[in-house]
Design a protein around this ligand. Sequence first.
Ligand SMILES: [Zn+2]
Length: 197
Amino acid sequence: MRVSDDRYTRDRQRLDLGLRLIRHEARTFTIRQWTGLSDDRIRKLYRSYVMNLDARRVSRHRGKSPRQAAFFFRNVELNFQSAQLASLYVMYGLLGGTQAGLESRYRLGSLESGALLCQAYEAYLELHTPVYISFEHAWFLLLALGRRDEVGISRCGECGGVRLRDLLAKHKLACGTCGPAAAAPMPATVMSCAAAC
Ligand SMILES: [Zn+2]
C-alpha cells in the first residue's frame, strides 16, 4: 500500500513539474529531460492545460533549443538580467562556487532540481518587466555556467557587482552597467548597480 502511495505521489509531482514547465513555455524535449514523462503524456498534459485556462498566452515551442552564449551579451539589459539569473541559480543551490569557478549542483531528471530551476526562474520573472530571457534561454544559461567553457560570473572591476563574463573574450573588465555599452539607455527599473557604481 505504502509503495503505491509513494509511486502515486511521485507521479503527481512529475505531472506538476510538467505543467509548471508548460506554463514557462519549455520545449517538449526539455520537459521530457526534467520529468521523464513520455511525449504522449506531455501532449495530453499540454492539451488539458490548454483546454482549461489561459491557453492564448501559452505557445508551444518546437525545434532546437538555444545554443548561443553570445545571446547573453547582446545588450546591457540582457547582460544585467543574465547576471542576476546566475546569482539566483547560486542562491537556489543549482550552482555552487569552487576554486575553479562555478560548478553544477543539480541533477538533470531529478524532480527536486527541476522544481528548483522553476523556482529560480519564477524569482527572476518577479524581478523584471519586461522579461528578456525565456525559460529555454535560462536553462541554457544554467547548462553553460556549469560547463565553464563559454560563460562564467565574476566581479565587475568598476563597481564590484556580479557580472556575466564571456570566457571566450579576453577584454572587458567592467559589467554591462559600467562598461562602454552602458551609455545605452536603460529602463528606470534597473537600479541594483547604481548604488555601488
Ligand atoms: Zn559594474
